[in-house]
Design a protein. Structure first.
Length: 176
């Protein structure tokens, strides 16, 4: 006859009820991250059609209780999926978004420097020698003029676009 202590011991490969619950919550959290992605981002994640359909349904729902139930359903579907590959794809997506945000902030910094500091133009030209200097100077002048007059005619955005395009062209040229 087994004693109380022997009966409560688990096999080495068995998981406790708490461990199983934690794993299920992790899968549901993974599913929740997936529901925040747009169509293009979801297309980069290796998902089964049924999970993709459940995520799209979740995004369509408006009522909190319905969304909660749908999230539980997504979590249940995630149990049968390749969670490691999904997590890996999400991490790559996060890394690429972080890189994109960093690039965006660098462009914004250049724009602010070019507007506030005339010496920044020389630095920018030395870093991006292929740019059209006259166009850049025109955009800076028109942006300053608009800011002085308190108008928004789009030069600020055009300057950003010009800097972004110049940086992207420079990056493409560096790749070759």
């Amino acid at each position: 006859m087994k004693t109380k202590h022997e009966h409560s011991e688990m096999e080495p490969d068995e998981k406790s009820k708490s461990q199983i619950k934690r794993e299920m919550e992790e899968l549901q959290n993974l599913g929740e991250k997936l529901t925040r992605l747009n169509k293009e981002q979801l297309a980069t994640i290796p998902l089964e059609e049924i999970i993709l359909a459940a995520i799209k349904e979740y995004q369509r729902l408006k009522k909190n209780e319905a969304r909660r139930r749908q999230m539980q359903y997504i979590g249940r579907l995630m149990r049968d999926s390749e969670a490691e590959s999904i997590t890996e794809a999400l991490n790559k997506l996060d890394a690429s978004q972080a890189e994109h945000t960093k690039h965006f902030h660098q462009i914004e910094l250049w724009r602010e420097r070019l507007i506030k500091d005339p010496q920044a133009l020389t630095s920018f030209i030395s870093e991006y020698p292929q740019i059209e200097v006259q166009t850049l100077r025109q955009l800076i002048r028109s942006t300053l003029k608009e800011q002085k007059q308190g108008k928004d005619l789009g030069s600020y955005r055009k300057l950003f676009r010009f800097i972004r395009e110049s940086a992207e062209a420079h990056d493409r040229d560096q790749d070759f």
